[in-house]
Design a binder for this molecule. Structure first.
Ligand code: ZN
Length: 310
């Protein structure tokens, strides 16, 4: 290498002034700067103050499901625009933008997977797609997941992260509240467990329907959960709101939710709860099969009889 070439060649991975912060994550709560891999390893939970940052539906599925077990279903359902709705932008344009941003057709991912070997129907909301809003497609996908849970006798788990009903679909969107609630009622009648996970934020029509109908309602620490926003309530009632209003801890204290579960304990907690409902995992089924195989099979019994005859 010549002396000049040292100066003429640029190092391949020369960091630009703006690149370095990309590898660092700033906690919204304690303002600490942390290396992104550390935060990624903890599923976007701050190691300094335990603040739970928002995660998308794919990250939620990775967190909850056994590796490679999740299969997405009904992904082909796409929202139409029955009202030809236009506010600052047309609804059609908003859908195209949301699709480009998330690569998805709706604000949730639904399908089936395994949690510590237990077959479940799982629905995870993605706040990045139009604020996780509940439209006709989302309602339909929840109902289909509930019906699969009913037919296959598998528990249903819904992790919500939503601003509420999708205003661009107006009444069509509001109808999803009763439609999903009716599907959850059918599960309840069949005594099939439904676990609702409330994450930051779970608001409006989502909190006022299926998200609050879980047999077990769990929330992540610090999650904002409510119907109308605090500012609207304050203006309506004309009084100051108590500290921590609409946060998971406040709701637990007032009996609206059953438990607060840290994100990194979520999978184990769900598996434990499903164990109480006597839902068997693959592991249990395998050991049951092994016991069965240890006993003489019909075939060996036939052979035994043949030997006797000989
Ligand atoms: Zn922090």
């Amino acid at each position: 290498m010549s002396f000049l070439s040292i100066f003429s060649k640029q190092p391949k991975e020369q960091s630009k002034p703006n690149e370095a912060p990309a590898h660092w994550v700033k906690c919204q709560q304690c303002q600490s700067l942390m290396y992104f891999k550390e935060v990624e390893f903890l599923h976007q939970v701050c190691p300094k103050c335990d603040f739970h940052m928002r995660i998308n539906a794919t990250q939620r599925i990775e967190l909850l499901c056994d590796e490679g077990s999740f299969v997405e279903l009904d992904a082909n359902l796409k929202a139409t625009d029955p009202l030809k709705f236009v506010d600052k932008k047309s609804y059609k344009k908003r859908l195209i933008e949301a699709n480009a941003k998330t690569g998805k057709n709706s604000s949730l991912i639904s399908g089936e997977g395994k949690i510590e070997g237990i077959d479940v129907q799982l629905v995870c909301f993605d706040f990045a797609f139009m604020g996780g809003s509940l439209g006709s497609v989302e309602g339909e996908r929840i109902v289909r997941a509930a019906h699969r849970a009913l037919n296959k006798h598998q528990p249903l788990i819904i992790a919500s992260a939503s601003g509420g009903a999708r205003m661009q679909e107006s009444t069509y969107s509001l109808l999803q509240m009763s439609k999903t609630s009716a599907a959850i009622k059918r599960l309840s009648d069949a005594k099939i467990p439904y676990i609702s996970i409330l994450t930051d934020p779970t608001m409006g029509g989502v909190s006022a329907s299926f998200a609050s109908l879980g047999d077990i309602i769990m929330a992540e620490p610090g999650a904002l959960i409510g119907f109308a926003g605090a500012r609207v309530i304050k203006q309506t009632i004309g009084a100051d709101l108590p500290e921590g209003f609409q946060r998971a801890e406040f709701l637990l204290e007032h009996g609206l939710i059953d438990m607060i579960v840290k994100r990194n304990d979520m999978k184990k907690t769900i598996a434990d709860i499903l164990g109480y409902f006597n839902i068997k995992s693959d592991v249990a089924l395998i050991s049951a099969n092994e016991e069965f195989e240890a006993k003489p099979t019909d075939e060996s019994a036939e052979n035994f009889e043949l030997k006797l005859k000989q």
